[in-house]
Ligand binder design. Structure first.
Ligand code: ATP
Length: 387
Protein backbone atom coordinates (compact mmCIF):
# COMPACT_ATOMS: atom_id res chain seq x y z
CA UNK A 1 0.00 0.00 0.00
CA UNK A 2 1.21 3.54 -0.69
CA UNK A 3 0.14 6.71 1.00
CA UNK A 4 -1.93 9.36 -0.74
CA UNK A 5 -0.91 13.03 -0.57
CA UNK A 6 -3.63 15.48 0.41
CA UNK A 7 -3.70 19.17 -0.39
CA UNK A 8 -6.40 21.41 1.06
CA UNK A 9 -6.60 24.85 -0.49
CA UNK A 10 -8.65 27.63 1.11
CA UNK A 11 -11.17 25.08 2.41
CA UNK A 12 -14.13 26.69 4.15
CA UNK A 13 -17.38 25.51 5.71
CA UNK A 14 -20.09 27.25 7.73
CA UNK A 15 -23.16 25.76 9.42
CA UNK A 16 -26.25 27.98 9.36
CA UNK A 17 -24.03 30.97 8.61
CA UNK A 18 -21.66 30.22 11.52
CA UNK A 19 -18.11 29.49 10.26
CA UNK A 20 -16.66 26.12 11.37
CA UNK A 21 -13.60 26.08 9.08
CA UNK A 22 -12.38 29.38 7.66
CA UNK A 23 -10.18 28.92 4.60
CA UNK A 24 -7.51 26.44 5.66
CA UNK A 25 -4.48 25.38 3.61
CA UNK A 26 -2.83 22.06 4.40
CA UNK A 27 -0.23 20.05 2.55
CA UNK A 28 -0.20 16.48 3.86
CA UNK A 29 2.59 14.41 2.28
CA UNK A 30 1.84 10.77 1.37
CA UNK A 31 2.77 8.17 4.00
CA UNK A 32 2.80 10.53 6.99
CA UNK A 33 1.10 10.25 10.36
CA UNK A 34 -0.45 13.71 10.35
CA UNK A 35 -2.47 15.03 13.30
CA UNK A 36 -5.06 17.77 13.47
CA UNK A 37 -4.83 18.98 17.06
CA UNK A 38 -7.01 21.54 18.81
CA UNK A 39 -9.62 22.23 21.48
CA UNK A 40 -13.20 21.11 21.07
CA UNK A 41 -15.09 23.00 18.36
CA UNK A 42 -12.02 24.27 16.47
CA UNK A 43 -13.06 22.55 13.23
CA UNK A 44 -10.99 19.34 13.23
CA UNK A 45 -13.86 16.92 12.60
CA UNK A 46 -15.43 19.18 9.99
CA UNK A 47 -12.09 19.22 8.12
CA UNK A 48 -11.83 15.43 8.33
CA UNK A 49 -15.43 14.97 7.20
CA UNK A 50 -14.81 17.18 4.17
CA UNK A 51 -11.77 15.06 3.21
CA UNK A 52 -13.93 11.91 3.62
CA UNK A 53 -16.75 13.41 1.56
CA UNK A 54 -19.37 13.35 4.35
CA UNK A 55 -19.50 17.15 4.38
CA UNK A 56 -19.54 19.43 1.31
CA UNK A 57 -17.19 22.43 1.49
CA UNK A 58 -18.67 25.89 0.83
CA UNK A 59 -15.48 26.78 -1.05
CA UNK A 60 -11.92 25.59 -1.62
CA UNK A 61 -10.22 22.55 -3.10
CA UNK A 62 -9.48 19.04 -1.78
CA UNK A 63 -6.78 17.33 -3.83
CA UNK A 64 -5.85 13.70 -3.43
CA UNK A 65 -2.65 12.82 -5.25
CA UNK A 66 -3.12 15.92 -7.40
CA UNK A 67 -6.77 15.28 -8.34
CA UNK A 68 -9.61 17.49 -7.07
CA UNK A 69 -12.02 15.11 -5.28
CA UNK A 70 -14.31 17.77 -3.76
CA UNK A 71 -17.17 16.68 -6.05
CA UNK A 72 -16.72 12.90 -5.54
CA UNK A 73 -19.07 10.95 -3.22
CA UNK A 74 -17.38 9.27 -0.19
CA UNK A 75 -17.27 5.77 -1.72
CA UNK A 76 -15.46 7.07 -4.80
CA UNK A 77 -12.57 8.46 -2.71
CA UNK A 78 -9.56 6.22 -1.86
CA UNK A 79 -10.13 7.09 1.76
CA UNK A 80 -11.56 5.26 4.76
CA UNK A 81 -12.54 6.47 8.23
CA UNK A 82 -12.22 5.07 11.76
CA UNK A 83 -14.50 6.74 14.31
CA UNK A 84 -14.46 6.94 18.10
CA UNK A 85 -17.50 4.65 18.21
CA UNK A 86 -16.43 1.40 16.62
CA UNK A 87 -19.71 0.84 14.72
CA UNK A 88 -19.15 -2.92 14.39
CA UNK A 89 -22.05 -5.22 13.50
CA UNK A 90 -22.92 -6.97 16.81
CA UNK A 91 -24.28 -10.22 15.34
CA UNK A 92 -21.36 -10.82 12.99
CA UNK A 93 -18.07 -12.45 13.93
CA UNK A 94 -14.89 -10.38 13.97
CA UNK A 95 -13.80 -11.95 10.68
CA UNK A 96 -17.16 -11.19 9.01
CA UNK A 97 -17.05 -7.61 10.26
CA UNK A 98 -13.61 -7.15 8.69
CA UNK A 99 -14.71 -8.87 5.46
CA UNK A 100 -17.88 -6.78 5.16
CA UNK A 101 -16.59 -4.04 2.84
CA UNK A 102 -14.90 -6.56 0.53
CA UNK A 103 -18.31 -8.01 -0.47
CA UNK A 104 -19.05 -4.84 -2.42
CA UNK A 105 -15.74 -5.06 -4.27
CA UNK A 106 -16.68 -8.55 -5.54
CA UNK A 107 -13.53 -9.98 -4.02
CA UNK A 108 -13.18 -13.77 -4.41
CA UNK A 109 -13.65 -16.05 -1.38
CA UNK A 110 -9.97 -17.02 -1.28
CA UNK A 111 -8.73 -13.47 -1.54
CA UNK A 112 -11.22 -12.28 1.08
CA UNK A 113 -9.96 -14.95 3.47
CA UNK A 114 -6.35 -14.02 2.83
CA UNK A 115 -6.90 -10.27 3.19
CA UNK A 116 -9.00 -10.61 6.35
CA UNK A 117 -6.29 -12.86 7.83
CA UNK A 118 -3.59 -10.31 7.00
CA UNK A 119 -5.60 -7.40 8.40
CA UNK A 120 -6.32 -9.24 11.67
CA UNK A 121 -2.67 -10.20 11.99
CA UNK A 122 -1.66 -6.57 11.51
CA UNK A 123 -3.76 -5.50 14.49
CA UNK A 124 -2.87 -8.64 16.54
CA UNK A 125 -6.45 -9.96 16.53
CA UNK A 126 -6.00 -13.26 14.63
CA UNK A 127 -6.93 -15.31 17.70
CA UNK A 128 -10.27 -13.49 18.03
CA UNK A 129 -11.57 -14.00 14.46
CA UNK A 130 -14.59 -16.11 15.51
CA UNK A 131 -15.72 -13.92 18.43
CA UNK A 132 -18.56 -11.39 18.35
CA UNK A 133 -17.81 -7.69 19.09
CA UNK A 134 -19.69 -7.95 22.41
CA UNK A 135 -17.12 -10.51 23.58
CA UNK A 136 -14.24 -8.06 23.10
CA UNK A 137 -12.81 -5.20 25.17
CA UNK A 138 -13.04 -1.62 23.89
CA UNK A 139 -9.41 -1.66 22.76
CA UNK A 140 -9.93 -4.96 20.89
CA UNK A 141 -13.08 -3.63 19.20
CA UNK A 142 -11.14 -0.58 18.01
CA UNK A 143 -8.43 -2.86 16.60
CA UNK A 144 -11.15 -4.72 14.65
CA UNK A 145 -12.51 -1.40 13.36
CA UNK A 146 -8.99 -0.53 12.23
CA UNK A 147 -8.61 -3.88 10.45
CA UNK A 148 -11.99 -3.37 8.75
CA UNK A 149 -10.80 -0.02 7.40
CA UNK A 150 -7.34 -1.23 6.34
CA UNK A 151 -8.60 -4.37 4.57
CA UNK A 152 -10.04 -2.11 1.85
CA UNK A 153 -6.51 -0.79 1.17
CA UNK A 154 -7.29 2.92 1.21
CA UNK A 155 -4.53 5.38 0.32
CA UNK A 156 -5.56 7.57 3.22
CA UNK A 157 -6.99 6.55 6.60
CA UNK A 158 -8.89 9.22 8.52
CA UNK A 159 -9.12 8.66 12.28
CA UNK A 160 -11.50 10.78 14.39
CA UNK A 161 -10.48 10.52 18.08
CA UNK A 162 -10.35 6.69 17.73
CA UNK A 163 -8.97 6.20 21.24
CA UNK A 164 -11.35 8.66 22.90
CA UNK A 165 -13.52 6.00 24.57
CA UNK A 166 -10.62 4.07 26.13
CA UNK A 167 -9.03 4.48 29.55
CA UNK A 168 -5.72 6.32 29.89
CA UNK A 169 -3.45 3.25 30.15
CA UNK A 170 -4.98 1.49 27.16
CA UNK A 171 -4.86 4.73 25.17
CA UNK A 172 -1.11 4.97 25.66
CA UNK A 173 -0.61 1.37 24.59
CA UNK A 174 -2.82 1.75 21.50
CA UNK A 175 -1.09 5.01 20.54
CA UNK A 176 2.15 3.08 20.08
CA UNK A 177 0.36 0.22 18.30
CA UNK A 178 -1.39 2.58 15.88
CA UNK A 179 1.93 4.27 15.12
CA UNK A 180 3.52 0.87 14.44
CA UNK A 181 0.62 -0.17 12.16
CA UNK A 182 0.92 3.11 10.21
CA UNK A 183 4.65 2.55 9.70
CA UNK A 184 4.01 -1.02 8.56
CA UNK A 185 1.26 -0.24 6.04
CA UNK A 186 2.88 3.03 4.90
CA UNK A 187 -0.39 4.79 4.03
CA UNK A 188 -1.27 8.34 5.11
CA UNK A 189 -3.01 8.61 8.50
CA UNK A 190 -4.87 11.85 9.25
CA UNK A 191 -5.57 11.76 12.96
CA UNK A 192 -7.95 14.09 14.81
CA UNK A 193 -7.34 14.62 18.52
CA UNK A 194 -7.65 17.22 21.26
CA UNK A 195 -5.02 15.39 23.34
CA UNK A 196 -1.67 17.13 22.95
CA UNK A 197 0.30 14.23 24.43
CA UNK A 198 -1.31 11.85 21.93
CA UNK A 199 -0.39 14.11 19.02
CA UNK A 200 3.19 14.53 20.26
CA UNK A 201 3.62 10.76 20.72
CA UNK A 202 2.34 9.64 17.35
CA UNK A 203 2.74 12.26 14.68
CA UNK A 204 5.23 13.02 11.93
CA UNK A 205 3.59 16.43 11.69
CA UNK A 206 0.95 18.29 13.66
CA UNK A 207 -1.38 21.03 12.46
CA UNK A 208 -2.60 22.95 15.52
CA UNK A 209 -6.07 24.39 14.86
CA UNK A 210 -7.96 27.15 16.69
CA UNK A 211 -11.21 28.85 15.77
CA UNK A 212 -11.52 27.17 12.37
CA UNK A 213 -7.97 28.18 11.36
CA UNK A 214 -4.55 26.55 11.37
CA UNK A 215 -2.28 28.25 13.93
CA UNK A 216 0.94 26.32 13.26
CA UNK A 217 2.19 23.28 11.37
CA UNK A 218 5.35 21.34 12.15
CA UNK A 219 6.90 18.20 13.59
CA UNK A 220 6.16 17.57 17.30
CA UNK A 221 9.57 18.78 18.55
CA UNK A 222 9.19 22.08 16.69
CA UNK A 223 5.59 22.71 17.73
CA UNK A 224 6.49 22.08 21.38
CA UNK A 225 9.88 23.78 21.63
CA UNK A 226 9.37 26.60 19.13
CA UNK A 227 5.66 27.53 19.27
CA UNK A 228 4.78 30.51 17.10
CA UNK A 229 1.75 31.85 18.96
CA UNK A 230 0.46 32.18 22.52
CA UNK A 231 -2.32 29.69 21.71
CA UNK A 232 0.05 26.95 20.50
CA UNK A 233 2.43 27.52 23.45
CA UNK A 234 -0.42 27.26 25.95
CA UNK A 235 -2.15 24.30 24.31
CA UNK A 236 0.90 22.03 24.14
CA UNK A 237 2.27 21.17 27.55
CA UNK A 238 2.96 23.36 30.55
CA UNK A 239 3.98 26.88 29.63
CA UNK A 240 5.02 30.11 31.34
CA UNK A 241 3.58 32.83 29.11
CA UNK A 242 4.25 36.49 29.91
CA UNK A 243 3.70 39.80 28.18
CA UNK A 244 6.80 41.21 26.48
CA UNK A 245 7.89 44.18 24.43
CA UNK A 246 10.29 43.43 21.60
CA UNK A 247 12.99 46.15 21.54
CA UNK A 248 15.02 44.82 18.63
CA UNK A 249 15.05 41.67 16.57
CA UNK A 250 17.43 40.04 14.09
CA UNK A 251 16.79 36.81 12.19
CA UNK A 252 16.28 34.16 14.86
CA UNK A 253 16.81 36.27 17.99
CA UNK A 254 15.32 39.23 19.84
CA UNK A 255 15.91 41.50 22.81
CA UNK A 256 12.75 42.11 24.87
CA UNK A 257 11.59 43.80 28.00
CA UNK A 258 9.69 41.23 30.06
CA UNK A 259 9.36 40.24 33.74
CA UNK A 260 10.70 43.71 34.68
CA UNK A 261 14.08 42.95 33.09
CA UNK A 262 15.82 42.60 29.74
CA UNK A 263 15.35 39.15 28.24
CA UNK A 264 17.21 37.68 25.27
CA UNK A 265 15.00 35.28 23.33
CA UNK A 266 14.76 33.16 20.21
CA UNK A 267 12.18 34.00 17.58
CA UNK A 268 10.74 32.19 14.54
CA UNK A 269 11.91 34.44 11.69
CA UNK A 270 11.91 38.15 12.55
CA UNK A 271 9.61 39.90 14.98
CA UNK A 272 8.97 43.61 14.58
CA UNK A 273 9.48 45.87 17.61
CA UNK A 274 6.39 46.23 19.80
CA UNK A 275 4.04 44.25 22.05
CA UNK A 276 4.36 40.46 21.96
CA UNK A 277 4.64 37.63 24.47
CA UNK A 278 7.30 35.15 25.58
CA UNK A 279 7.08 31.51 26.61
CA UNK A 280 9.49 29.54 28.79
CA UNK A 281 8.88 25.82 29.35
CA UNK A 282 9.16 24.93 33.08
CA UNK A 283 11.71 22.18 32.45
CA UNK A 284 14.04 24.61 30.62
CA UNK A 285 14.64 26.72 33.73
CA UNK A 286 17.39 26.00 36.26
CA UNK A 287 16.88 27.11 39.83
CA UNK A 288 20.14 28.49 41.17
CA UNK A 289 21.23 28.00 44.71
CA UNK A 290 23.29 30.75 46.40
CA UNK A 291 26.93 30.60 45.30
CA UNK A 292 26.18 28.90 41.93
CA UNK A 293 28.11 30.42 39.00
CA UNK A 294 25.97 32.26 36.44
CA UNK A 295 26.72 31.76 32.76
CA UNK A 296 26.86 35.34 31.35
CA UNK A 297 25.14 34.22 28.11
CA UNK A 298 21.96 33.19 29.99
CA UNK A 299 18.88 35.07 31.16
CA UNK A 300 18.56 35.45 34.93
CA UNK A 301 15.15 36.16 36.48
CA UNK A 302 15.03 36.94 40.19
CA UNK A 303 12.04 36.11 42.40
CA UNK A 304 10.71 34.62 45.61
CA UNK A 305 9.52 31.02 45.99
CA UNK A 306 5.77 31.03 46.62
CA UNK A 307 4.97 27.32 46.49
CA UNK A 308 6.74 23.96 46.22
CA UNK A 309 4.72 21.06 44.79
CA UNK A 310 6.15 17.53 44.94
CA UNK A 311 5.02 15.47 41.92
CA UNK A 312 7.01 12.24 42.34
CA UNK A 313 9.36 12.26 39.36
CA UNK A 314 9.76 16.04 39.56
CA UNK A 315 9.03 19.00 41.83
CA UNK A 316 7.28 22.16 40.67
CA UNK A 317 8.60 25.35 42.20
CA UNK A 318 6.37 28.41 41.80
CA UNK A 319 8.38 31.62 41.81
CA UNK A 320 6.77 35.04 42.35
CA UNK A 321 8.41 37.28 39.75
CA UNK A 322 6.17 40.32 40.29
CA UNK A 323 3.62 39.27 37.64
CA UNK A 324 -0.04 38.22 37.99
CA UNK A 325 1.03 34.58 37.50
CA UNK A 326 4.03 32.80 39.03
CA UNK A 327 6.96 31.48 37.00
CA UNK A 328 6.77 27.69 37.25
CA UNK A 329 10.06 25.78 37.35
CA UNK A 330 10.12 21.99 36.98
CA UNK A 331 13.02 20.35 38.79
CA UNK A 332 13.65 16.64 38.04
CA UNK A 333 13.98 14.69 41.28
CA UNK A 334 17.38 13.19 40.39
CA UNK A 335 18.33 13.16 44.07
CA UNK A 336 14.95 11.94 45.29
CA UNK A 337 12.43 13.98 47.30
CA UNK A 338 15.18 16.32 48.59
CA UNK A 339 16.20 17.49 45.10
CA UNK A 340 14.66 20.90 45.83
CA UNK A 341 16.02 22.56 48.94
CA UNK A 342 14.31 25.94 48.53
CA UNK A 343 11.29 26.64 50.71
CA UNK A 344 8.50 29.20 50.23
CA UNK A 345 9.87 32.66 50.97
CA UNK A 346 13.39 31.90 49.66
CA UNK A 347 14.96 34.43 47.28
CA UNK A 348 15.99 32.59 44.10
CA UNK A 349 17.43 33.18 40.66
CA UNK A 350 15.98 31.37 37.66
CA UNK A 351 18.40 30.71 34.84
CA UNK A 352 17.40 29.97 31.25
CA UNK A 353 19.30 29.97 27.98
CA UNK A 354 18.35 32.34 25.15
CA UNK A 355 17.09 29.34 23.20
CA UNK A 356 14.68 28.41 26.02
CA UNK A 357 12.80 31.72 25.75
CA UNK A 358 10.66 32.11 22.62
CA UNK A 359 8.98 35.25 21.33
CA UNK A 360 5.33 34.59 20.45
CA UNK A 361 2.70 36.30 18.40
CA UNK A 362 -0.43 36.94 20.44
CA UNK A 363 -3.28 34.71 19.20
CA UNK A 364 -6.79 36.00 18.71
CA UNK A 365 -8.05 32.73 20.29
CA UNK A 366 -7.97 32.62 24.12
CA UNK A 367 -4.94 30.76 25.45
CA UNK A 368 -5.58 27.57 27.41
CA UNK A 369 -2.82 27.03 29.95
CA UNK A 370 -4.20 24.43 32.32
CA UNK A 371 -6.08 21.15 31.94
CA UNK A 372 -9.00 22.27 34.12
CA UNK A 373 -9.59 25.25 31.83
CA UNK A 374 -9.21 22.91 28.85
CA UNK A 375 -11.94 20.59 30.10
CA UNK A 376 -14.22 23.58 30.72
CA UNK A 377 -13.69 24.75 27.14
CA UNK A 378 -14.56 21.25 25.97
CA UNK A 379 -17.80 21.27 27.87
CA UNK A 380 -18.67 24.69 26.45
CA UNK A 381 -18.13 26.59 29.74
CA UNK A 382 -15.87 29.62 29.93
CA UNK A 383 -12.22 29.09 30.81
CA UNK A 384 -11.16 30.94 33.96
CA UNK A 385 -7.46 30.66 33.19
CA UNK A 386 -7.76 31.87 29.61
CA UNK A 387 -5.79 34.97 28.64
P1 ATP B 1 -14.68 18.10 18.80
O1 ATP B 1 -13.28 17.80 19.25
O2 ATP B 1 -15.58 18.48 19.95
O3 ATP B 1 -15.27 17.06 17.92
P2 ATP B 1 -13.95 19.72 16.50
O4 ATP B 1 -12.71 20.52 16.61
O5 ATP B 1 -13.86 18.45 15.77
O6 ATP B 1 -14.57 19.48 17.94
P3 ATP B 1 -16.11 20.36 14.74
O7 ATP B 1 -16.90 19.15 15.11
O8 ATP B 1 -15.46 20.38 13.42
O9 ATP B 1 -15.02 20.69 15.86
O10 ATP B 1 -17.08 21.63 14.88
C1 ATP B 1 -16.68 22.95 14.52
C2 ATP B 1 -17.86 23.87 14.75
O11 ATP B 1 -18.91 23.58 13.82
C3 ATP B 1 -18.48 23.74 16.14
O12 ATP B 1 -18.85 25.02 16.58
C4 ATP B 1 -19.70 22.87 15.90
O13 ATP B 1 -20.70 23.12 16.85
C5 ATP B 1 -20.11 23.25 14.50
N1 ATP B 1 -20.74 22.13 13.78
C6 ATP B 1 -20.16 20.96 13.43
N2 ATP B 1 -21.01 20.17 12.75
C7 ATP B 1 -22.18 20.84 12.69
C8 ATP B 1 -23.48 20.57 12.11
N3 ATP B 1 -23.72 19.43 11.45
N4 ATP B 1 -24.43 21.51 12.24
C9 ATP B 1 -24.20 22.68 12.89
N5 ATP B 1 -23.02 23.00 13.43
C10 ATP B 1 -22.01 22.10 13.35
Amino acid sequence: MTGGAIRLHQLAKAFDGVPAVTGIDLDIPGGQFYSLLGASGCGKTTTLRMIAGFEKPDSGRIELDGRDVAGDPPHKRPVNTVFQTYALFPFMSVADNVAFGLRYLKTSKDETKRRVGEALELVRMSDFAKRRPGQLSGGQQQRVALARALVLRPRVLLLDEPLGALDAKLRKQLQLELRAVQREVGITFVYVTHDQEEALTMSDQIAVMAGGRVEQIGPPEEIYSAPATTYVAGFLGAANIFDADVIESRAGSAVCTALSTTVHAAVNGVSGPGPAAIVIRPERITLLTPGDAIDPGCNVIAGTVSEVVYLGSSTQVHVDVGQPTALVVEVPNHAGPRSVIQQPGAQVQCLCTVDAVRVLTRSSTPVITDPVADSLVETGLSAPAAR
